[in-house]
Design a protein around this ligand. Structure first.
Ligand code: F6R
Length: 243
């Protein structure tokens, strides 16, 4: 595991964008595993800036996203497809046909999860998987559990997640109760993993994930067993690491 220390969020984002750029330059038709959330926003913006300067070309690049809410159509402003389209895809020259996000509108979970696994393996697997870290150690929608979930699966969102998401919807009934997510094995199969962590509120969980026991109670701790992980974290997120 390589750990790159960044000064702050901006520095983390630039370092991460450099790593992703190197991947795209060295293998233009690479498969990028992408994440949503607030952590990668600065990285995506940096990639867009370099694309606009003519330094990057995504015309052959493919992407697979980690997760999507079940029951939300692509054009719902809370869907992860909408997030990816508006925060990255529409600003660069990636071919939308080469982008993949689980289909939240497929009601048959088994069908959608096996389709998504086939999409990933059909692309030859993920070259570089970008990850954010949840406050409870989750990666994708793989929440703390008794065992590591393997492949793409449908998860029931916790009451607290549903409650937290309520503010984005007209009523509690409209809040998605389930999501599709890559499993731990799907994530671990990526050739390279790039974990981004920013902020003091993530310091304790980052320490547990990197230095604590490997346990499904801290899903990100499994990354200790991957042979090519790069962690880019800012000083605040690293503030609880053992000296
Ligand atoms: C996003 C995802 C989540 C986030 C995590 C951190 O696709 O799967 O695991 O990476 O919840 O979220 P932020 O970056 O908002 O702190």
């Amino acid at each position: 595991m390589k750990l790159y220390r960044a000064k702050d969020y901006k520095d983390m984002s630039r370092k991460a964008a450099n790593i992703i750029s190197a991947q795209v330059i060295m293998k233009p038709d690479c498969v990028l595993g992408l994440a949503t959330g607030s952590t990668p926003l600065g990285t995506y913006q940096q990639l867009i800036d370099w694309y606009n300067k003519g330094d990057l070309d995504f015309s052959e690049t493919k992407s697979v996203n980690l997760d999507e809410y079940k029951g939300l159509p692509k054009d719902n402003d809370q869907s992860y497809y909408y997030f990816m389209y508006n925060n990255l895809f529409k600003h660069i020259n990636i071919n939308l046909d080469n982008t993949n996000v689980p289909n939240g509108m497929e009601p048959d979970s088994e069908k959608e999860c096996s389709r998504y696994e086939q999409v990933i393996s059909g692309l030859g697997g993920v070259d570089l998987q970008l990850l954010g870290l949840g406050h409870n150690g989750h990666i994708g929608f793989n929440e703390p559990a008794q065992a590591f979930e393997k492949t793409t699966h449908c998860v029931d969102l916790t009451e607290s997640t549903i409650e937290a998401n309520k503010r984005f919807f007209a009523s509690i009934d409209d809040v998605p109760k389930q999501a599709y997510t890559m499993g731990i094995q799907t994530i671990m199969k990526a050739k390279k993993i790039l974990l981004l962590v920013s902020g003091e509120d993530k310091a304790a969980i980052l320490r547990d994930a990197l230095c604590g026991p490997v346990t499904p109670q801290v899903p990100a701790s499994i990354l200790q067993l991957h042979n090519d992980v790069i962690v880019v974290a800012d000083e605040a997120a690293l503030s609880k690491m053992p000296k």
